[in-house]
Write a new protein. Sequence first.
Length: 231
Amino acid sequence: MKKLRTIAFDADDTLWHNERFFHFTQQRFAELLGDFAEPDHLDARLLAAEKRNIGHYGFGVKGFTLSMIETAIEVTDGRVPATVIAQLLEAGRDMLDHPLELLPHAKEAVEGVVEDHHLLLITKGDLLHQERKLAQSGLGDLFDGVEIVSDKQPQTYQRIFGGLPGGTQASMMVGNSMKSDVRPAIDVGSWGVFVPHDLAWDLEHAEAPQSERYHAIADLSELSDLVAKIG
């Protein structure tokens, strides 16, 4: 019996660029609020707002935009000009409308394992936005299933992998987040493959697990060889 039957991919910053658009927008946010707070202070306040609001708004551009507006109101003691709020809303819309760009080796990596494995896309964020990005990616037809979830916890992977042939033991999660992609998948007995990205959201940081089922690769060009080795 094959050791590995299911391979799941994260989407944002694993298959296509995402965090850099948040990074650019956060720079614009600092420029707009520059008269009221230093950039480092703004970054800390915005991160705190994002963390506080995840349970209300979930992950994605819409929650980020609302957190920017909330932070702008806080740091200005309610005096933020309406023109600034309007520009923050426009920045959020620009992020939602930005053309998708695949990361290097993404298409080849998915195509390289599609023939012999059940392929899934497991991503979190806004449903409509993630569906739009998947459609733009040109990769949608390669996946046997797509899961857009509110968060990625061990129970998420238990639910998804547990009902497939071979269960969690025969499944692999590939992604750029140690916290959301790697560690919770390993916690339920799956393989976790870490693919680093040069930009990472602070709230996704976690230490690498000490497990024989943990692997790190430099980029997606190394995935096919790893899959063949595991096998």
